[in-house]
Design a protein around this ligand. Structure first.
Ligand code: ADP
Length: 395
């Protein structure tokens, strides 16, 4: 089961995108509807709310008077916390129930207006945000019957566009027509969500044609952060350190469009624990058994010091390599030192780019390209060492 978080500011078109996803076959869980359901007329939740806030929060028909409740909670931190103590566990339990009802091959879309504000992104395999220009959003919400000042006040309290863009793996631009949005959602469904789900169900790593094409990245750091949070959530204390490494971790450098993540474990045997392997696979990162070694350098030639475990990603929209290495091992340290040296040393960066550009033109497979780079890694070792000494570097 693939879980997708869907969000967007007020008037962005989030509900419209959710409807389209439902038509395409997604199981949509509407967070607002669940929040209303747990306080529906006659519910246990509503009874508790009345116990705490009094019957003045009830409308004449026995349903919750939301405006009256909001009035009591507004500006009163204790009251707000009391209300959340009543609602949050019920919302979580009901959401879990709806999730459990979804089948193994389903794509579940959790439609959550405040997903970014509540920092929920790492719960999902993928976060999709719908976006439109602020004035367009206001106009659409007003057209739907809302008061303009209310819309603007809500917008002021919601996450900024930049925060939403940082949290989202996919931004759906809804500045065009509803037909454009529907077409984009359909494309996302067919080209990313369905194959992602199929790969997840079968434990298959997505692979794209094996050619070393170098590109300029714009937000690799943000993409890596999202993967790190997901992996951290999946592994918990089993992964005390998780780092973005490799060329995409060096700002401004052209690179293959691959996010390398290094997961540090206290003992590599932990990475062979079936629970560890399963936790990563369920988060979308199945293990690849054929890849268990880094290239030893001339300075540290003992192959046993370069053993690792490797996981790829199921997501056809984001190639990621997850290297699980023992903390302080040769491979662990090399990856960190190499990154930090390149970040600090412009000449090193330029040299590496030149080597990569030459080799990517000469070789036609990523494997051959990686092999061909090995001598250069040996060559720069003394420069890296010298820099580490000068700068007092340690991992
Ligand atoms: P949200 O759930 O993000 O608040 P909705 O999906 O309810 O937003 O959209 C807000 C309003 O704008 C709705 O009335 C919807 O029909 C309309 N709308 C959504 N997308 C478009 C679009 N591309 N062009 C015109 N109107 C749109």
């Amino acid at each position: 089961m693939l879980s997708v978080g869907l969000t967007g500011g007020i008037g962005s078109g989030k509900s419209t995108a959710a409807r389209r996803l439902r038509e395409l076959g997604a199981v949509v869980i509407d967070a607002d509807a669940v929040a209303r359901e747990v306080l529906a007329a006659g519910s246990e939740g509503l009874a508790e709310v009345i116990d705490r806030f009094g019957s003045q929060v009830l409308a004449a028909d026995g349903a919750l008077d939301r405006a009256a409740l909001a009035g009591q909670v507004f500006g009163d931190e204790v009251a707000r916390q009391d209300l959340e103590r009543i609602t949050h566990p019920r919302i979580a339990a009901r959401t879990d129930q709806l999730l459990a009802a979804a089948g193994p091959g389903d794509i579940v879309v959790h439609d959550v207006p405040l997903l970014v504000e509540k920092n929920m992104g790492s719960r999902y395999h993928l976060v999709v945000a719908v976006d439109a220009r602020p004035q367009t959003r206001v106009a659409r919400a007003v057209e739907r019957g809302m008061n303009e000042n209310d819309v603007r006040a809500r917008m002021a309290h919601q996450a900024s566009d930049a925060a939403r863009a940082a949290a989202a793996d996919v931004l759906l631009d809804n500045n065009g027509s509803q037909e454009d949005l529907a077409a984009d959602v359909t494309k996302l469904w067919n080209e990313r969500l369905r194959p992602f789900e199929a790969n997840l169900s079968s434990g298959t790593v997505f692979r794209r044609p094996d050619t070393p094409v170098l590109v300029e990245g714009s937000d690799w750091d943000l993409q890596a952060n999202r993967l790190i949070e997901r992996i951290g959530r999946a592994l918990g204390e089993r992964a005390p350190e998780i780092e973005h490494v490799g060329s995409t971790s060096v700002p401004g450098m052209r690179a293959k469009d691959v996010i390398d993540i290094q997961v540090g474990v206290g003992d590599l045997r932990e990475a062979d624990d079936p629970d560890f392997i399963q936790a990563l696979a369920a988060a979308g990162f199945p293990r690849v058994d054929s890849n268990r070694m880094d290239h030893p350098t001339d300075a540290v030639p003992d192959p046993s010091l370069w053993i690792k475990r490797f996981h790829g990603s199921c997501d056809p929209g984001r190639v990621a390599h997850v290297h699980v290495r023992e903390l302080q091992s040769a491979g662990w340290q090399y990856a960190l030192l190499f990154r930090d040296w390149l970040r600090a040393d412009e000449d090193g960066q330029a040299d590496y780019e030149a080597v990569k550009a030459r080799l990517s033109a000469e070789t036609d497979s990523s494997t051959a390209y990686a092999e061909a780079k090995a001598p250069w890694f040996n060559e720069v070792w003394p420069r890296m060492q010298a820099w580490a000494q000068r700068s007092g570097w340690h991992d």
